[in-house]
Structure formats: structure tokens, C-alpha cells
Design a protein around this ligand. Structure first.
Ligand SMILES: Nc1nc(=O)c2c([nH]1)NC[C@@H]1CN(c3ccc(C(=O)N[C@@H](CCC(=O)O)C(=O)O)cc3)CN21
Ligand SMILES: O=c1ccn([C@H]2C[C@H](O)[C@@H](COP(=O)(O)O)O2)c(=O)[nH]1
Length: 274
């Protein structure tokens, strides 16, 4: 491995493969798993898009924009060529009250809803030192009506003040269940991008993304793919530029983001466990 490039993702992937416990799971596929791990990614000079295989950034970005628009129907994604949620949707493309709904319109009773994203942006601007910059997708009253209960369940922002410079914004995610090969590279890039977008919105600069995982697993039908991936030399991460600031978070489009110098190894295909 190239020692100058930090590889928290590949290190955890190797740990799960070599030291995880074999375990059955809901999908009937079988996994190897460890519980409770953390990875940290610097967002200051680079963007953590995994390089040891190709990660389709367009799908990541469009999925995040779909969350930020409060959507719960896969039609919006399908119209843009993204099919990653198709297996879980019903005949009308509906997923139930998943991420976007909980982020933007958490039902609060009496017909009222809570827009957690607007609230967290407001709290970052008006009370940066608060320890309550939290967004939760885990709504116990609604979990049973979701096509899949949220895996990336809760996140928190943190602001660091710097002499002679803009405030720095960090984000930590709690992911209760982590498909290390297919899901996690998407999840890391998605929350890194969210941190860039929120930082832009509140006039700060992105600092660090901290990923905390509960059940971190590799599906048994991904073992060969993981071995291939771990035989590869990682490249330095790319950089991300937000080309235009939008007046509102749900107005961003894929074309507003530019990935620079994404050098990566080839795609590795794998079946998704449904
Ligand atoms: N078992 C499982 N793992 C997941 O990661 C996952 C779920 N289920 N269910 C809900 C969402 C859907 N997610 C997905 C679904 C598909 C891919 C996938 O097939 N990725 C391919 C191609 C991506 C593309 O063409 O855009 C990959 O090679 O990364 C990734 C994440 C993440 N989530
Ligand atoms: O963003 C996501 C969404 C899903 N996953 C994975 C984690 C698990 O392998 C499955 C969900 O199954 P559960 O039985 O509900 O835990 O999907 C992910 O890694 N990232």
C-alpha cells in the first residue's frame, strides 16, 4: 500500500474480511461482520471518493439531492438514470416515509411537520457552538411503514472557530448497518458532499467527516470482489468544487458539482442483497 495515502476504508474492509464473525442476516445471503467501528476523513484538501474501485459519483450526488428535496418516490431518480433504489420500491415507485421525508417533513402530529435540515442550517448560523446540531432519519413511529428502515440513521454537525479564517464544519454519521462493499463507499461520499453543501450554505469550510458504524458487514457473495479490491494500490483522493451556490438547498443540480482529478481503479461488479 502507498503509505502516503490514508486508507481508513480499505483498512476496515480488510479487518472485517480477516477477523469478522460469520453471521446470518435478513436477506438470507450470509455476512462476515464486526460491531462498532469508526473512520475519519479529511475534507479540507480532498474529497473521500474511494479510489480502489470506481464509485459512480453521479448516483451518489443525485441520491443526496433526492433526499434534500424530501422525495420518497424513485421516479425522480429513474428520470435521471439512477436505479439504486428500484428493488425496494412498490408498483408506484413509493418507498414510504424514508430519509427525505424524515429530513424535510418529520410528522409532528396535528398535521404539523418539522424541517430538520432548515432547522440545523439555522442553528449552525445562529448558535454555532450548540451541541444539538442533529438530524435523525430514525423515526420509531414510522419505521414499519418504510421500505427499508434507515441505515444512515442520525448525523451531527460541529463547528470549529479558527483565528483569521472562516469557521470549519465537521459532520459525524451513525450508520446502524453497513454493507461495506456496495453501500459504504456511497455513504461516505454522500455525507462528505452533504458537509460541503451545508458548509457553503452557512459560510463555513468543510473540515472532517467522521463515520461511525454499528453492524459493519461484508456479504458472502462479495468476498472475491473485496479480495480483488484489497490487492489494489489506492490513489490520492480527488477534490470537489461547488461551482454555484444556490439560494436554497433543494435547488442544487448534479451540474453544480465538479470532481477534479478522480483517479480510480476499474469498476468491480457485485450483486446487491435485497
Ligand atoms: N444490501 C444493501 N446494501 C446497500 O448498500 C443498500 C441496500 N441494500 N438497500 C438500500 C440502499 C440502496 N443502495 C445501493 C444500491 C445499489 C448500489 C449499487 O448497485 N452500486 C453499484 C453500481 C452503482 C451505479 O451504477 O450507480 C456499484 O458498483 O457501486 C449501491 C448502493 C444502498 N443501500
Ligand atoms: O445507505 C445504505 C443503505 C443500506 N445499506 C445496507 C446495510 C444492510 O446490508 C442493508 C440493510 O439491511 P438491514 O437488514 O435493514 O440492516 O443495506 C447500506 O450499507 N447503506
Amino acid at each position: 500500500m502507498n503509505s502516503s495515502v490514508p486508507t481508513p476504508y480499505e483498512d476496515l474492509l480488510r479487518e472485517v474480511l480477516e477477523h469478522g464473525d460469520d453471521k446470518s442476516d435478513r436477506t438470507g445471503t450470509g455476512t462476515r461482520s464486526v460491531f462498532g467501528r469508526q473512520m475519519r476523513f479529511d475534507l479540507k484538501d480532498s474529497f473521500p471518493l474511494i479510489t480502489t474501485k470506481r464509485v459512480h459519483f453521479k448516483s451518489v450526488a443525485l441520491e443526496l439531492l433526492w433526499f434534500l428535496r424530501g422525495e420518497s418516490n424513485v421516479q425522480w431518480l429513474q428520470e435521471r438514470g439512477v436505479s439504486i433504489w428500484d428493488e425496494w420500491a412498490d408498483g408506484d415507485g413509493e418507498l414510504g416515509p424514508v430519509y427525505g421525508v424524515q429530513w424535510r417533513s418529520w410528522p409532528a402530529g396535528h398535521g404539523e411537520t418539522i424541517d430538520q435540515i432548515t432547522n440545523v442550517v439555522k442553528s449552525l448560523k445562529t448558535n454555532p457552538d450548540s451541541r444539538r446540531h442533529i438530524v435523525s432519519a430514525w423515526n420509531p413511529a414510522e419505521v414499519d411503514s418504510m421500505a427499508l428502515p434507515p441505515c444512515h440513521a442520525l448525523f451531527q454537525f460541529y463547528v470549529k472557530h479558527v483565528d483569521d479564517g472562516p469557521d470549519e464544519l465537521s459532520c459525524q454519521l451513525y450508520q446502524r448497518s453497513a454493507d461495506m462493499f456496495l453501500g459504504v463507499p456511497f455513504n461516505i461520499a454522500s455525507y462528505a458532499l452533504l458537509t460541503y453543501i451545508i458548509a457553503e450554505e452557512v459560510g463555513m469550510v468543510p473540515s472532517e467527516f467522521v463515520w461511525t458504524g454499528g453492524d459493519c458487514h461484508i456479504y458472502s457473495n462479495h468476498f472475491e470482489q473485496v479480495k480483488e479490491q484489497l490487492s489494489r494500490e489506492p490513489y490520492p483522493y480527488p477534490r470537489l468544487i461547488i461551482k454555484n451556490k444556490k439560494p436554497s438547498l433543494d435547488q442544487y443540480e448534479f451540474e453544480d458539482f465538479e470532481l477534479e482529478d478522480y483517479r480510480h481503479h476499474p469498476t468491480i461488479k457485485a450483486p446487491i442483497a435485497v
